[in-house]
Design a protein around this ligand. Structure first.
Ligand code: ZN
Ligand code: ZN
Length: 342
């Protein structure tokens, strides 16, 4: 069968690989139909997520997967059947470490993600534990694949404990920022989305938007928008130091700042901002299983809003080109999706 294999840092190519073995107990074989590309795929492709010695390669990438079930192994839950449409939760955890023991298995010390630590969706068939398979009624695989970025948004909004009527500012109008806006809006929040790029703001639906004009100016805009109090919640979906500094300044006293954007940068922050305001600063990684289920349900009811975010689709054999396009054209490429089979 065909697979797209990241052979080494910066080298992704179409290859012929063996079919997976028959599904064992509690396992299913799925046929990936659509795979979304995101920033963590760039980091992996560029060798920034491994140990630095190339030991993470070769790897089949793809962790945002809309698929159909091909075969169900013994002992799986009875509602899973061949032909079912599903979205894949990329994460599995050890169940033994400190975060697992306290119910935070999404940040398990030994976690494994498909497409990063084990082979993912950029191939014609994939064997996965049934626990990572979630049925969906969404008929468009590319939209079903958005369940994964939406699950990060659900996690973000849960960590922020967004309440109806609260002012929520989202910095960064990429796919995660856009998804956070949709989920926060659905929770009844008043949402303001901020980005440097006007074209990205135009893809937002049902929320207010403003151009980023520098940390001080944008913080002043947010203060006015929130009636002078600052925002109850500020979400950074950029990972950019200036934005994170601004997030801390924009937040209301007793507010929450949630960091979901990934980067290796250091950020100097004014210590008084935390003590004066008693800010809660929260990080977000992947989601929990119940949050993935919530994301799948959210996608089913907000598919039109999410479909707008899919800006380019490529066939499997052009996966390498798709990844490079997404990396090199951040203003045009909101969500690039690779269709893996007809
Ligand atoms: Zn992703
Ligand atoms: Zn663990």
């Amino acid at each position: 069968m065909r697979a797209v294999v990241t052979q080494a840092k910066g080298v992704m190519e179409l290859a012929d690989v063996p079919e997976p073995a028959e599904p064992g107990a509690g396992e299913v074989i799925v046929r990936p139909r659509a795979v979304g590309i995101c920033g963590s795929d760039f980091h992996f492709f560029l060798g920034e997520l491994g140990a630095g010695d190339g030991s993470e390669f070769p790897r089949v990438q793809g962790h945002e997967v809309g698929a159909t079930i091909e075969a169900v192994g013994p002992g799986c839950r009875p509602e899973l059947a061949s032909g079912d449409r599903v979205a894949l939760w990329p994460l599995s955890s050890c169940g033994r470490c400190y975060p697992c023991r306290i119910g935070r298995s999404n940040v398990c010390d030994n976690f494994s993600l498909i497409g990063i630590h084990e082979d993912g969706g950029l191939q014609e068939r994939l064997r996965v534990p049934q626990s990572q398979v979630f049925k969906t009624s969404e008929t468009r695989p590319a939209v079903a694949a958005l369940s994964e970025p939406v699950s990060i948004a659900v996690r973000t909004v849960n960590r922020a404990a967004v309440a109806p009527g609260e002012h929520v500012v989202v910095l960064g109008a990429g796919p995660i920022g856009q998804a956070v806006c949709l989920v926060a809006r659905a929770r009844g929040a008043s949402v303001l989305l901020v980005d440097r790029v006007a074209g990205r703001l135009e893809l937002a639906s049902g929320v207010e938007t403003v151009r980023w004009t520098g940390a001080d100016e944008t913080a002043a805009v947010v203060r006015e928008w929130s009636g002078g109090e600052g925002a109850a919640v500020v979400v950074d979906a950029t990972g950019v130091p200036d934005a994170i500094r601004a997030a801390v300044e924009m937040a209301a006293s007793a507010g929450r700042v949630v960091i979901v954007g990934m980067s290796h940068h250091d950020v100097p922050l004014r210590v008084f901002a935390f003590t004066e305001k008693e800010l809660d600063v929260l990080g977000v990684s992947c989601c929990q299983g119940d949050e993935f289920a919530e994301a799948v349900a959210f996608v089913e009811t907000h598919s039109d809003d999410l479909e707008r975010l899919i800006t380019q689709e490529f066939p499997l054999e052009r996966a390498s080109e798709a990844l490079r396009f997404a990396m090199e054209h951040p203003a045009e490429a909101m969500k690039v999706v690779i269709g893996t089979s007809d």
